[in-house]
Design a protein around this ligand. Structure first.
Ligand code: NAP
Length: 482
């Protein structure tokens, strides 16, 4: 039922930063799984590139070890066949050595994609070298990772730099949240069913909550995180993308620009957020687990590891329906979900003792990707009309049976989309800039107000003040649980 694999045409994919953490953990295992699924042909070419001195054989050993560690149970009998399409070129993004050798490896006339799996400070110099060595032709595609800037000015500068060598249609800004099965299902549910869309507005929806909770801290990423914080690392990109998909108008067709135009309209309709509608937190030490300030090596850090915000969208559909966003580290459970909380029925024929019951549509991104709809029914048995809320659960693993294991993960899907030339699930330059234009004043707001993050315990739901953010509106967060 699930997998109808359509092989892509032979391509060259160069992973610049092919020895890095992202390549080992995500990109290479994703390519392996697509190869095993029969989607990548035997005459495709995957080339790692970085400064480390290595030959093809050495890199194949490196890739084999990465697959052992990170490819999970996925695999096929002939791993050697996959490794045979892998090569390696030693090059320095800031120097000239190695680039001509790379150009010599590529096969003219087919899709050539360059995955910039390196820090953003190298994007421009890589683009320049691709151009200088004849690899920035009209059919070239480049994939760039987050963070895409750290504010509007830097995102604009990055967009302008890349635009010197590549058209917008050649630039794939990756946000792996958009590659998740459930995120795409969000569009299928909204626009493939008659049931929900008539109710999808402020007349019927009381509020929406988006939670992305992690149990890990910032171990190993302290230096980066101290400069970013949860707002830049998570809200400006991942949560913003989820918000756009949940709130956008139906695009006229499922086409990259039609979808991205609608997302952009949502971002542009977001109201400014005042400091009163923002709660920031920092996790405390827990036993022998260091706290946030130790992790980032700054005893006076004012960076947030948790943030909750109340967001308003000023348009006809959503005026009056707030959206509450929350994300943080070292929280009670690792879970990402969107909850669409519908309004009360206008009148309860069952009387006040039946209590308050609300339909809640929950879209779970992780774990147990799936969707459930809370509906109110009669509690079984005699004794009058007592009401109870039960979930209509569609966990994909159950609903799809054994086929669910064939659902590609986010990186698999997104990399294949690059090869197929489909930009629907990638952020357009103007979208990224609009998201920063909304984010920057929020950050400036708390900096001006001198509001520091509030400490919270590991294993909690964040600072108490985040609960108060909803309580004061007569609402409450859904529990953070697996
Ligand atoms: P990393 O582990 O530090 O790897 C960086 C890679 O770049 C290495 O292969 C390194 O290899 C290569 N490199 C560094 N300087 C170079 C130069 N001058 N010329 C050529 N190659 C160079 O970083 P990462 O975690 O993989 O992250 C890569 C990018 O993805 C970053 O932008 C990061 O923000 C983003 N990202 C990462 C993750 C993740 O889970 N890791 C998630 C989301 C986004 P050599 O030292 O051999 O040159």
């Amino acid at each position: 039922m699930v997998s109808r694999v359509i092989p892509v045409d032979p391509f060259d994919l160069v992973v610049i930063g092919g020895t890095g953490d992202l390549a080992r953990r995500k990109i290479l295992p994703a390519l392996y799984r697509r190869f095993c699924a029969g989607q990548i042909p035997d005459d495709a070419q995957i080339i790692g590139a970085a400064r480390s001195e290595m030959d093809d054989a050495g890199y194949r050993d490196f890739v084999g070890a990465a697959l052992d560690e990170f490819a999970g149970a996925a695999g096929c009998d002939d791993r050697a066949r996959f490794l045979s399409i892998i090569g390696y070129v030693t090059l320095d993004a800031r120097g000239d050595g190695g680039w001509a050798a790379l150009a010599g490896r590529l096969e003219p006339g087919r899709v050539q994609a360059f995955y910039f799996s390196v820090g953003p400070s190298l994007f421009m110099t890589i683009a320049e070298r691709l151009q200088a060595h004849g690899m920035a032709g009209p059919d070239t595609r480049i994939v760039v990772e987050k963070p895409f800037g750290r504010d509007l000015a830097s995102a604009r500068a990055l967009n302008a730099d890349l635009a010197k060598y590549f058209d917008e249609g050649q630039i794939y800004r990756i946000d792996h949240y958009l590659g998740k099965e459930t995120v795409q299902n969000l569009m299928a549910i909204r626009f493939g069913n008659m049931l929900f869309e008539p109710l999808w507005n402020s007349q019927y929806v009381d509020h929406i909550q988006i939670t992305v909770a992690e149990t890990v801290g910032v171990e190993g990423r302290g230096e980066y995180y101290e400069r970013a914080g949860a707002m830049r690392d998570m809200v400006q990109n991942h949560l913003m993308q989820l918000l756009c998909l949940i709130a956008m108008e139906p695009p006229s067709k499922f086409d990259p620009d039609a979808v991205r135009d609608e997302k952009l309209k949502v971002i542009r309709a977001l109201d400014p957020v005042t400091p009163d509608d923002v709660v920031r937190g920092q996790y405390l030490a827990d036993g022998d687990r260091p706290g946030f300030r130790e992790h980032v090596g700054n005893a006076e850090s004012t960076t947030e590891s948790f943030i909750a915000l109340k967001v308003r969208i000023s348009n006809w559909r959503w005026a009056g329906t707030p959206i509450y966003l929350r994300t943080g580290k070292r929280l009670r459970a690792r879970t990402s979900e969107i909850d669409v909380v519908f309004k009360d029925t206008p009148h309860s024929i069952f009387g006040p003792e039946a209590g308050r019951h609300r339909n809640i549509l929950t879209i779970r991104l992780q774990p147990n990707e799936g969707i459930d709809l809370g509906v109110t029914i009669k509690e079984p048995g005699p004794g009058g009309m007592r009401l109870v809320d039960v979930p209509l659960d569609m966990t994909f693993a159950q609903a799809l049976g054994p086929d669910a294991k064939d659902v590609p993960d986010a990186y698999e899907r997104l990399i294949m989309d690059v090869i197929r030339g489909n930009q629907t699930l990638f952020m357009r330059g103007d979208e990224v800039e609009a998201a920063w234009a909304w984010t920057d004043p929020i950050i400036a707001g708390w900096e001006e107000a001198g509001k520091d993050p509030i400490p919270y315990d590991t294993g909690s739901a964040g600072p108490e003040e985040a609960l108060a953010l909803m309580h004061r509106d007569g609402r409450r967060w859904r529990e953070i649980r697996v």
